[in-house]
Design a protein. Structure first.
Length: 143
């Protein structure tokens, strides 16, 4: 994606918001807008390779835990139902609940666990490049 194209994205989002603001029966809510992951780390620059967007829906049963992993690409998750605890290999925790949007960690090992009593459903959007893995399994650190 060219730098010109990237520069137009914020403008396009602003235009969509402005255009829909006066349409009866249509509302727009910004769920998240940031240049940092949930732990405050600044997001890396976008790669210059051919872009590829992946959208995955996860269903995580009560008591289930995802394995330690990392994401080499920028991604954002939206929790539809349930509650999820995300823990880094350094022990930092983030509680997520239905309605939360979060920019996930990039290149940092973490895992999610459903410690609640209802299933967690979340949708994750990954902004990678053609053929790039969006998740890499990893070992937990010193914990």
């Amino acid at each position: 994606m060219s730098k010109k194209t990237l520069a137009l994205i914020p403008f396009s989002l602003l235009m969509v918001t402005a255009l829909t603001a006066d349409i009866p029966g249509v509302s727009v809510e910004t769920l998240i807008k940031t240049n940092q992951t949930w732990d405050g780390t600044v997001l890396p620059a976008y790669p210059t390779n051919s872009p590829e967007i992946s959208v995955l829906r996860f269903n995580i049963a009560p008591g289930a835990q995802l394995p330690p992993h990392l994401h080499p690409v920028i991604n954002v998750a939206y929790v539809i139902t349930g509650e999820l605890t995300v823990t880094t290999d350094q022990g930092l925790k983030k509680q997520l609940k239905a309605g939360d949007a979060v920019v996930e960690l990039v290149n940092q090992i973490h895992f999610g666990k459903n410690e609640g009593t209802e299933p967690v459903e979340l949708v994750v959007v990954y902004a990678g490049t053609n053929g790039q893995k969006v998740t890499v399994l990893g070992e937990q650190g010193s914990r």
